[in-house]
Write a protein of this length. Structure first.
Length: 201
């Protein structure tokens, strides 16, 4: 099967968000069914949704750069569906937040381990993610104006990227399990900053 045929069979547009949301909810239910709804299950769920979030975020963050360096039906599909990959990231990170809040409410000492700085920065990121999700449509672009819309989304993208970087790079120094995510962050940054002389379409 050629790449072109394969990408034509992939979900696209709003359907992509629906399928991703369904898969994410199924994953959460399966993890909680296996590990339980206590501390172990919630901590597993927090880690799992963090991983799905960074993968989906990587797709939205680096889509244009990937298209510049890899001219293929797959990169064209990703660029066309960047908005919907971003919305899927918002769903994943919303589930991540729900797991964190559930742990904070039920696991002794969990909330105490979160520093005020982490709570403020993380809370700000979630506000921006929510705003980006709500404005990921053509109507919002027209009402906000291209410049304000772009400023909002660029601020949110880079803040989330910096939070992921802060979360994973320090841990990767001491734990090889975090190396794949650290490598993904490096690749995302390289693709995002790739020279833009090449046409993206």
């Amino acid at each position: 099967m050629s790449d072109t045929v394969y990408t034509r069979e992939l979900p696209a547009g709003p359907a992509l968000v629906g399928w991703c949301a369904l898969a994410l909810f199924a994953m959460c239910v399966a993890l909680l069914a296996y590990h339980g709804t206590g501390e172990e299950g919630l901590r597993v769920l927090i880690r799992a949704t963090a991983r799905t979030s960074i993968v989906l975020f990587a797709g939205a963050f680096a889509a244009s750069g990937l298209r510049r360096v890899w001219r293929s039906p797959a990169s064209a599909w990703l660029l066309r569906n960047r908005r919907y990959v971003g919305l899927s990231f918002a769903v994943s990170h919303g589930l991540h937040l729900a797991a964190i809040l559930a742990a904070a409410a039920t696991v002794p000492g969990f909330a105490a381990d979160v520093s005020p700085v982490t709570a403020i920065v993380g809370g700000s990121a979630y506000v921006l993610i929510a705003l980006m999700a709500l404005t990921s449509n053509d109507t919002a672009v027209r009402r906000l104006g291209r410049r304000r819309w772009r400023a909002l989304h660029l601020t949110g993208l880079w803040l989330v990227f910096l939070i992921f970087t802060n979360s994973y790079l320090g841990r990767a120094v001491h734990n090889p399990n975090y190396w794949p995510n650290a490598a993904l962050l490096g690749a995302m940054l390289c693709l995002r900053l790739w020279p833009s002389r090449a046409r993206v379409d």
